[in-house]
Write a protein that binds this ligand. Structure first.
Ligand code: 5GP
Length: 181
């Protein structure tokens, strides 16, 4: 089990998408979230989009391995049964989650490998966040504030991968997972 975390807009989703298309043998968890789908996002592929009530139910019934409120707004979580099934099968598995979630997984699965995806620089991170253009000004400010705190957590991780180049970063990630790029 490998956990990929890092600040907002560093490209965790893009690196995970690279892994999904180039190494289909790697299983990637599909999270549940209470946020609305963005254009092009498909239910069950990018996320399982659920209501607040359904998320409450999953928390109460202990169906989530970890969950967190991200950017002070929506809830995101990792469905536990799928993770347990894949671990039992011994398949290489990847969780792409936020820092709070990574800390919970460290408690639940201490043997997992924790990878911090870092931007080449703070300026580049800001550029990527603005460049994505999918968030409002207020939302962008909130995410930058979260990113600052998240960058400081790098030393909690086993290893850092710098996302200077998407394909190269994905190559380095799967190499860490013991897969030949
Ligand atoms: P976005 O809304 O841009 O898709 O994702 C926002 C943040 O939520 C990203 O930092 C992403 O890593 C995080 N995230 C996605 N799924 C999960 C999850 O299952 N658990 C946690 N803790 N964070 C998640």
């Amino acid at each position: 089990m490998t956990v990929l975390a890092g600040p907002t807009a560093v490209g965790k989703g893009s690196v995970a998408a690279q892994v999904r298309s180039r190494w289909p043998a790697v299983w990637i968890s599909v999270s549940v979230t209470t946020r609305a789908p963005r254009p092009g996002e498909q239910d069950g592929v990018h996320y399982h989009f659920v209501s607040d009530a359904e998320f409450d139910r999953m928390v109460e019934q202990d169906e989530l391995l970890e969950w967190a409120v991200v950017h002070g707004q929506h809830r995101y979580g990792t469905p536990r049964p799928a993770v347990e099934r894949v671990l039992a099968e011994g398949r290489p598995a990847l969780l792409e989650i936020d820092l709070q979630g990574a800390r919970q997984v460290r408690r639940a699965l201490p043997d997992a490998r924790f990878v911090f995806l870092a931007p080449p620089s703070w300026e580049e991170l800001v550029r990527r966040l603005v460049g994505r253009g999918t968030e409002s000004e207020q939302e962008r400010e909130r995410r930058l504030a979260t990113a600052k705190v998240e960058l400081a957590a790098e030393q909690e991780f086993d290893v850092t991968v710098v996302n200077d180049d998407l394909e190269a970063a994905a190559d380095r990630l799967v190499a860490l997972m013991g897969i030949t790029p």
